[in-house]
Design a protein around this ligand. Sequence first.
Ligand SMILES: [Zn+2]
Ligand SMILES: [Zn+2]
Length: 195
Amino acid sequence: MSGTVGDRTSLARHLTTDVSTEPVLAWRTWALSGRRDGTDLLLRPVAGRSRPWRPREPAEAACKHARLHAAPNVDCSCGLHGTRAIDVLRWARSPAVLGRVALWGRVIEHDLGFRAQYGYPQVLGLVCRFCFWQWGPLGSRPTVVGWFPRDELVPFCNPHLDLARRYGMHPRRLLAAGPVEVRLRDTYAVDALVL
Ligand SMILES: [Zn+2]
Ligand SMILES: [Zn+2]
């Protein structure tokens, strides 16, 4: 699961050079927001109202339950979450992007993964959430990205776009998934997700 480290993953490395510990590598999913033309892409946590992961700067954990301790805290659920295995993420709510992240700073280990103080993605790829829920990361790659009001972006494969429409999800605009994915990787200066 180590994967290849290309030139562009050096950003995650660069951002971690001021700490002495080696970062741990983990998997996670995000929701995605952006404008109707596919610009201003921003990775957002799938759960709660946590802060977005901004391009080209480390994400830093903050406790949203009680701000009286530094995140992550052993007795809390706060921190930037990452899992050891991809399959665990199949139960994530509304994933739009799957990626491998470097986590560093204070890191708390759990059976299934980690909660960390800092994080930054190394590789990113768009996922059709319906494929991901059913088949995991090896499901179909999305062909389109739907734009919804409030700048929510949702990748779909063609069959699941049809299904979503039958269930009342109507994207206001459809963008080709390929260029959105390339722009996402450029924005965050990361490599493609290869499984
Ligand atoms: Zn906390
Ligand atoms: Zn699908």
